[in-house]
Design a protein around this ligand. Structure first.
Ligand code: NDP
Length: 367
């Protein structure tokens, strides 16, 4: 901050930061964060117009994933021990390119773009964010920045989970039955629309008051998980080719038996113990333990049920967002913005998210 005060005003920017991990009170507004300069030829600097929040922001505020993310930020440990602070949260951005590295070929200043900011990079709850060209995509023309900011992180996660782990794509979904648990949240509301655009049959679990929302987005069958035994209700249906689990916990105990056996069917969960393990056991032990857990569950399920058990993870992918842009501009995917907050009310936006029961996304208007 001192460094900034002595420099031209324009080299600092406003941002919401945390200086330690903890509850909502650790969020601090400052206008003395150095503007994230372009350090590599492939980088793009974006002026943030809107950002959105994900459950990961709440977890990261509390220190979740800190050990592994720190290693990813600083693999050679060249920085000092508390170097991640001040840390900027916010994983989605919609904004305008203001500067490009000399090797950037797809973007120019003035371009309207959207992106999912990897958790190991400084986030989007700031005036500017700097990303690698590969992580950025041209924003859909039909959407406002507020609407566009609601999509990238859940889209990148859903694509990674459904395509890489679930084996689905635009061309092989027409005869597929997919179950999405937790269909009313950020990942769920996006995934329903993507799978319907790809021609799949989509069944969703959600609570009763979200049925209208998920049906409006195209869900074919909706099961109210609060009305009795959700596993028994789903068990009466035809079996599934792919399950995308956004809920985790006990779901794993009953969901795998809902898959078609010995036909390549896959259960993909987004709720994994991976970062919790590295936080609690240290990096090496955490990674080894996670590897064992995943391996054992995968082996057990292929042997006893004839189905694949997989973990899904967010992965940065600008070109994949280009494809989503086309689906949005074709009217096949709509943004689902549940709540909007001005930049002055970032703590209130976190509070909203922390209350749970999301119905789509919470967006912060930054500029
Ligand atoms: P959200 O908070 O946006 O949505 C969760 C939704 O699930 C809410 O609508 C909630 O509504 C609903 N829900 C809660 N309990 C149940 C239940 N038992 N059955 C059915 N629905 C339920 O989260 P996201 O969609 O953004 O993310 C989903 C999960 O995936 C989170 O746990 C997140 O941490 C994880 N994730 C993991 C990633 C990875 O890289 N592995 C990346 C992104 C997300 P209600 O409570 O009213 O029913």
């Amino acid at each position: 901050a001192l460094f900034c005060r002595h420099r031209r005003r324009t080299s600092c920017m406003p941002a919401w930061v945390i200086d330690q991990y903890g509850p909502n009170g650790v969020l601090r507004f400052t206008d003395e964060i150095p503007v994230p300069a372009i350090n590599f030829a492939s980088e793009v600097m974006i002026k943030v117009c809107a950002a959105s929040l994900n459950p990961l922001d709440i977890s990261m505020r509390g220190g979740y994933g800190a050990k592994l993310l720190k290693l990813r930020r600083d693999p050679m440990s060249v920085m000092d021990s508390d170097s991640e602070f001040p840390l900027i949260l916010g994983r989605d951005v919609s904004g305008v390119v203001v500067d490009c590295g000399s090797g950037v070929t797809h973007f120019a200043p003035g371009d309207e773009v959207w992106a999912a900011v990897p958790p190991w990079k400084q986030g989007s709850l700031a005036e500017f964010v700097t990303l690698t060209e590969y992580e950025v995509s041209h924003k859909p023309k039909l959407l406002s920045h507020t609407e566009a900011a609601s999509i990238p992180y859940v889209a990148a996660t859903a694509l990674s989970a459904l395509v890489n782990a679930g084996g689905l794509c635009r061309d092989n979904c027409s005869n597929k039955r997919v179950l999405i648990t937790g269909g009313s949240g950020g990942v769920g509301t996006f995934s329903i629309q993507l799978l319907k655009a790809w021609g799949a049959h989509v069944t969703v679990t959600c609570s009763h008051n979200a049925e209208g929302l998920v049906r409006g987005l195209g869900a074919d069958e909706v099961v109210d998980y609060m009305a009795g035994d959700v596993a028994a209700q789903l068990d009466m249906m035809e079996k599934f080719d792919v399950i995308l689990d956004n809920v985790g916990g006990e779901t794993e105990q009953w969901a795998l038996s809902l898959l078609k056996p010995w036909s390549g069917a896959k259960y993909v969960t987004l709720v994994t113990p991976f970062l919790l393990n590295t936080d609690s056991m240290g990096l090496l032990d955490g990674i080894v333990r996670s590897g064992f857990t995943l391996h054992n569950k995968a082996i057990q399920n292929i042997i006893s049920n004839g189905v694949f058990y997989r973990w899904g993870f967010y992965a940065p992918d600008g070109p994949a967002l280009d494809e989503i842009s086309k689906l949005v501009d074709a009217g096949k995917i709509l943004p689902v913005v549940e709540a909007q907050f001005p930049f002055t009310q970032v703590p209130q936006a976190f509070q909203k998210l922390e209350q749970g029961h999301a119905r789509g996304k919470t967006v912060v208007r930054v500029a």
